[in-house]
Design a binder for this molecule. Structure first.
Ligand SMILES: Cc1ncc(COP(=O)(O)O)c(C=O)c1O
Length: 386
């Protein structure tokens, strides 16, 4: 007899490979050596690049780097000129994809200061990703210090208005050895990219393609962590979405192929006619920090939020009957994007007539106002860097 999705989803994961031991505790910190770039981008050139930065195409002058080996543990913390890594062709990451990353943003406040949004949550998720991928976990204070130091040195790259500085911490396995085992050496780095809006056309409703040929994550797999391999495996499905004229792909569970999981790079929420919200439960999906923040903000205002499974057939039926009022995707890059249209091999359907709904747009504004320091921060999510 087969195992149902619910049974499989709640089953205990198989024991994991023991992580590479760390040379310090989870609370360890390091002092960063700061070496400013000798030939930074001129003010004129920087201003020109910031006019229309797009997403993830332009980069600041510096990067933060910390190294790990078994003898020294985490060491050599530096902020230096952004440059290529010398990487041996036999470096483990190039063969077995032992790689993890994070994504968070720095926001310029009206008073000229700079906010980070929940960097401690990213640091924690990075630690969890490292453990799952049998990599040396990075102490959370080192993660946060690396991010803060980079924001401080490259603050001139923060775009004004609704732009932000996207920060990309990542870690690669750098040991030179062609064997399938956890690497004994790692490079952790943070780079920064000034960004405008993620989706072309800002928060206009997006269309999504339901992937029936490909899945993103299986129980016991790596769906709940942020490793590069998850994204490599999603590209074919995303290409299929683009082919069908859609902006993004939404994945179904890998067991029964009917429960909504998440988009290629965002979590998903549903809004019902009684005002309640539903979002798929954690397990195989990425525990999004935006998802967690939306749950908290919705609950603050007395909204009922269920973390429950929801099938594609129910979605279609509820959109048809009017029970479903809105659906939206959420993540650091785009914050909240209303979903206007769902396309699948068995036909398309619209949500709230294809328009952006008030709940999605209201939550979006609430969250953005906190991020930019324009609203009170009741959950202490903001960390002022400057
Ligand atoms: C697969 C996936 N789901 C969800 C998210 C949203 O996570 P967060 O809100 O932490 O950015 C992301 C983005 O990082 C993602 O890549």
């Amino acid at each position: 007899m087969g195992v149902s999705f619910e049974q499989a989803r709640t089953a205990k994961p198989a024991p994991e490979i023991a992580p590479v031991p760390t040379a310090g505790s989870r609370a360890m910190s390091l002092k960063f050596e700061i070496q400013p770039a000798t030939n930074p981008t001129s003010e004129k050139e920087r201003a020109a690049r910031l006019v229309d930065p797009g997403f993830g195409r332009i980069f600041t002058d510096h990067m933060a780097v910390v190294r790990y080996n078994q003898a020294k543990g985490w060491h050599g913390a530096r902020v230096e000129s952004r440059a290529n890594f010398p990487l041996d062709p036999a470096a483990a990451v190039l063969h077995y994809a032992q790689e993890i990353f994070e994504g968070l943003k720095a926001y310029q406040r009206n008073d000229g200061g700079v906010n980070l949004f929940r960097p401690d949550a990213n640091a924690r998720r990075f630690w969890n990703s490292a453990e799952r991928m049998a990599m040396a976990p990075l102490p959370e204070p080192v993660f946060i210090e690396a991010v803060e130091q980079l924001v401080r040195i490259d603050r001139a790259w923060l775009p004004g208005g609704e732009g932000s500085l996207y920060l990309r911490p990542f870690m690669i396995a750098s040991e030179v050895f062609l064997g399938v085992k956890p690497s004994a050496e790692y490079i952790f780095a943070v780079i920064a990219s000034p960004v405008g809006s993620y989706f072309k056309g800002g928060p206009a409703p997006v269309s999504i393609w339901v992937s029936e040929n490909y899945t993103r994550a299986a129980i016991g797999g790596t769906g709940a962590v942020k490793c590069g391999g998850n994204y490599a495996a999603s590209l074919r499905a995303q290409a299929e979405a683009i082919d069908r004229g859609c902006d993004q792909v939404v994945f179904l569970d890998a067991v029964e192929r009917r429960y909504i999981e998440e988009l290629g790079g965002m979590n998903v929420f549903f809004v019902f006619d009684d005002g309640s919200l539903l979002t798929p439960p954690l397990g195989t999906i990425l525990p999004g920090i935006t998802r967690d923040s939306i749950i908290a903000l919705a609950k603050d205002s007395g909204t009922r939020v269920r973390e429950e499974t929801y099938t594609i057939d129910q979605w279609r039926a509820d959109a048809g009957s009017g029970k479903l009022k809105e659906a939206f995707a959420c993540g650091t890059a785009a914050v909240i994007s209303p979903i206007g249209k769902v396309c699948s091999a068995s036909g398309d359907f619209l949500i709230s007539g294809g328009a952006a709904g008030p709940v999605a747009m209201g939550l979006r504004k609430k969250l953005i106002d906190i991020q930019y320091g324009r609203a009170a921060d009741p959950h202490n999510w903001i960390r002022k860097v400057l």
